[in-house]
Design a protein. Structure first.
Length: 409
C-alpha cells in the first residue's frame, strides 16, 4: 500500500502541497528571511568562484530569490548571498523541470533562474552576483501549474513552459542577457505536457510525463522535431514513465530517470541523431527516480529517490550505455520530519565522480543534502556528510539547484 500511494503521489505536481506548507511555516519563514537579507558565510576566495545556487521558488506573497553558497574544503557550503529575482514562485512543480541553468563559456559566466507564475527568466552574473538580464517569452509562456524548466548551451537557452506545453528559445547575449527568439508547441502521445529536458550538441531530448519521449534538432536554434516521438519501453508495464533526462558527453546515449514505485532508469541510443527504443534497468527499491545526473567521468549515474529520501548511484558503461547496480545511501537526515522529497542534483567537483553530490531537499524551510562519494574496484559508497544538511531558509519548497563551475558537459 505504501508503494502504491507513493506511485500515485508521484504523478501529481508538488504545487498541491504549497498551501499546507505556507499555512504552517509562513510566519516563521518571514522571521527567518528578515535575518538573512544581509549575506553571511565566507567569501569564495581569490580563485575562481565556486558556488552551489538554488532557485528558492518562493510564492508571490514574498519576493523569490536565488541563494548562493560558497563551496569550501570537502565540499562544505556557506551561505554567501540572496539575490532577489522578482515575484512568481509556486513552491512546487515537476521534479525534473530544473529551474536553474548555469553557463560557463569564455567570458560568459552566468546563472539563469525561472519564475513559474510569470514565466520570467533572470540572468545573474557570477562576478557580481547581481541581475544582469531579464527576459520573457510570449503571453502564453508561463508555468504556474508545474514550473518552467531550463536547459542551455553557449548560444541558446531553452525554457519549458508547463502551462502551455511550449518550448521557448532565447538567444544568449553578453552580460547574462537573453533575447526571445520564439516558441514551439509540444506534447506527449497521450496528451502529456513538457517535463524533463536536456541538450547535447545539436540534439534536445524531452519527456512529457505521460510515457512518451521525443528528440529535436536544435542546430538552427529553434527546436525542430526529429519525428521520433515514442512511448518508452518501461512504460508498457504500467506505473512507470520517463521524467528526468541526461545525455552522455559524446551524445551517444540519452538516460531517463523514471517516475516509478522503484528505481527504474531507461537508456536510448541516440548516436543516429534520433531516439531508439529504450532499454530498461531496475536498479533498486527506492521510490521514484525522477532526477538523474552523470558523474563528470561518466562512471556513475546519480539518481534521486524522490519519495524515499535516498540517493542511488548506478555504475554506467559509457561505451555500451549499460547500467548496473551500485550503491544506495541511507535515508538522508531529516527526511519525513523536516522535509518531504529529494529533487535535483549538483556536484562539488568537475572531474572524476564529482566528489560530493548535493541534493535539493523539499521542505519549509528547505535544505541541501551533502553526500560523499567513494568508488573503486567496482564498488561504491554514498555517505552523508556530518555537516549535512545545510539550511536554505529562503525556500519553502526547494526543487532546483545548480553548481558553478558546472560539469564540463
Amino acid at each position: 500500500m505504501i508503494i502504491l500511494i507513493g506511485a500515485i503521489l508521484a504523478t501529481f505536481p508538488l504545487r498541491m502541497y504549497m498551501r499546507i506548507f505556507l499555512k504552517s511555516w509562513l510566519p516563521r519563514l518571514i522571521a527567518v528571511l528578515v535575518g538573512v537579507c544581509v549575506p553571511n558565510g565566507v567569501a569564495a576566495g581569490a580563485g575562481k568562484p565556486h558556488y552551489v545556487v538554488t532557485n528558492d521558488d518562493t510564492p508571490p506573497a514574498l519576493a523569490t530569490s536565488a541563494t548562493f553558497y560558497t563551496v569550501g574544503a570537502n565540499g562544505l557550503l556557506n551561505m554567501k548571498a540572496k539575490v532577489l529575482a522578482g515575484r512568481g514562485g509556486i513552491a512546487g512543480g515537476y521534479f525534473a523541470a530544473n529551474r536553474v541553468s548555469v553557463l560557463n563559456s569564455g567570458n560568459a559566466q552566468c546563472v539563469y533562474t525561472s519564475q513559474a507564475l510569470t514565466g520570467e527568466i533572470e540572468g545573474i552574473a557570477i562576478n557580481t552576483l547581481e541581475i544582469g538580464g531579464h527576459a520573457v517569452g510570449s503571453s502564453k509562456d508561463t508555468g504556474a501549474s508545474n514550473g518552467v524548466g531550463l536547459a542551455m548551451n553557449a548560444k541558446y537557452l531553452y525554457a519549458s513552459f508547463t502551462d502551455s506545453s511550449m518550448i521557448g528559445t532565447f538567444r544568449v547575449r553578453p552580460g547574462c542577457t537573453l533575447t526571445f527568439v520564439g516558441d514551439i508547441t509540444v506534447g506527449g502521445l497521450q496528451g502529456g505536457v513538457i517535463d524533463g529536458m536536456a541538450i547535447r550538441g545539436n540534439v534536445m531530448v524531452v519527456t512529457y510525463g505521460d510515457n512518451s519521449i521525443e528528440s529535436f534538432n536544435i542546430s538552427g536554434g529553434v527546436p525542430v522535431s526529429n519525428g521520433d516521438e515514442q512511448n518508452s519501453t518501461g512504460s508498457r508495464g504500467g506505473n512507470t514513465y520517463p521524467s528526468g533526462v541526461d545525455i552522455t558527453q559524446d551524445g551517444h546515449f540519452a538516460i531517463f530517470g523514471d517516475t516509478s514505485p522503484f528505481t527504474i532508469v531507461e537508456v536510448s541510443d541516440i548516436s543516429s541523431g534520433k531516439l531508439t527504443p529504450t532499454v530498461v534497468y531496475h536498479l533498486g527499491k527506492g521510490i521514484n527516480s525522477s532526477n538523474v545526473l552523470l558523474s563528470p567521468d561518466e562512471s556513475l549515474l546519480y539518481i534521486s529517490n524522490n519519495q524515499s529520501g535516498t540517493l542511488t548511484a548506478a555504475f554506467f558503461d559509457k561505451s555500451t550505455g549499460k547500467l548496473s547496480k551500485g550503491c544506495v545511501s541511507r535515508p538522508l537526515k531529516g527526511f519525513d520530519a523536516d522535509w518531504s522529497y529529494v529533487a535535483s542534483l549538483a556536484l562539488d567537483q568537475t572531474t572524476g565522480t564529482g566528489g560530493v553530490v548535493y541534493v535539493a531537499e523539499y521542505g519549509a524551510p528547505s535544505s541541501i543534502g551533502m553526500i560523499n562519494v567513494k568508488s573503486a574496484g567496482g564498488k561504491c559508497t554514498l555517505t552523508e556528510s556530518s555537516h549535512s544538511p545545510v539550511s536554505d531558509p529562503n525556500s519553502p519548497g526547494l526543487l532546483s539547484i545548480g553548481a558553478f563551475p558546472p560539469r564540463p558537459f
